[in-house]
Design a protein around this ligand. Structure first.
Ligand code: FMN
Length: 240
């Protein structure tokens, strides 16, 4: 059975609460027949109410977001450790956005993790990343998501040397993108999206790539309210 997202669960629970399910009913009529009739009318009206409440819940904005995201995945590569302009962080800049998107939409989140982690030191990491880029390396990943159950992928990554980190190409080339809608997002410290969203359109064969979200890593990390409002505006533009 498919696991309900938190939002779907909330919608279902709301529908049940609106319908009065779970509430005790007091029936103290004298005649058994009248009681039975009452009970059956109550059952019918509880069922009508449940149906109406479910319908109402299904039409609510929360349910729309839930329906839209029920088969969405947030797929992200992000590096914790020492980074440019933010110092040493426990949660990478792009991951901050990924978590906001997952929280806001109810989508599942999958983090891409290289088997050999990139160095926590910024200077060491830029050397490794530069070497990988000139080698066209495809660093092995610990695991890949099964995209089979998803038709929408929020795909997030940082800008490294004006490009996607090479480990993101590993995932792109290993996965099947036919028919998927990709909503890309990235963080950077000056290069913007640097053509990476077009790169996705060219390399994620058969997908359609929508307008993306681009933000500086320092905004994502250090200005959470601003970051959240940009995420919110972007998601709203995508119909969430
Ligand atoms: C190896 C490496 C290369 C980077 N290259 C660029 C770059 O070319 N342009 C840029 O604007 N930022 C660059 N940055 C900065 C990152 O894009 C930025 O700090 C980003 O927010 C990091 O995201 P993360 O914390 O999710 O990994 C680079 C950072 C690293 C570690």
């Amino acid at each position: 059975m498919k696991k309900l997202t938190r939002r779907q669960f909330a919608v279902l629970a709301g529908a049940l609460a609106l319908a009065g399910c779970g509430q005790a009913r007091s029936a103290d009529t004298d005649e058994a027949g009248a009681e039975a009739q009452d009970a059956s009318q109550d059952e019918a009206s509880a069922s009508d109410a449940a149906e109406a409440a479910a319908q109402e819940a299904a039409n609510s904005p929360a349910a729309e977001a839930s329906a839209a995201s029920s088969n969405a995945l947030v797929l992200v590569y992000s590096r914790a450790g020492e980074n440019y302009r933010v110092g040493t962080v426990e949660t990478g800049n792009t991951m901050v956005l990924a978590q906001m998107i997952a929280e806001r939409t109810g989508a599942d989140l999958f983090e891409l993790e290289p088997v050999v982690a990139y160095p926590a030191s910024y200077d060491e990491c830029i050397d490794v990343a530069s070497q990988e880029k000139s080698d066209g390396a495809r660093p092995e990943l610990k695991a890949l998501p099964d995209l089979g159950g998803y038709d929408t992928v929020f795909f997030g990554f940082p800008c490294w040397w004006g490009d996607l980190p090479m480990c993101v190409y590993t995932a792109i080339e290993a996965l099947t993108w036919e028919g998927k809608t990709i909503h890309p997002f990235n963080t950077h410290e000056g290069s913007g999206e640097s053509g990476m969203f077009s790169t996705l359109a060219a390399t994620c064969t058969g997908s359609s790539v929508t307008e993306g979200l681009t933000m500086t890593g320092s905004t994502a990390q250090n200005e959470r309210e601003e970051a959240a409002s940009q995420v919110e505006a972007w998601l709203a533009g995508l119909g969430y």
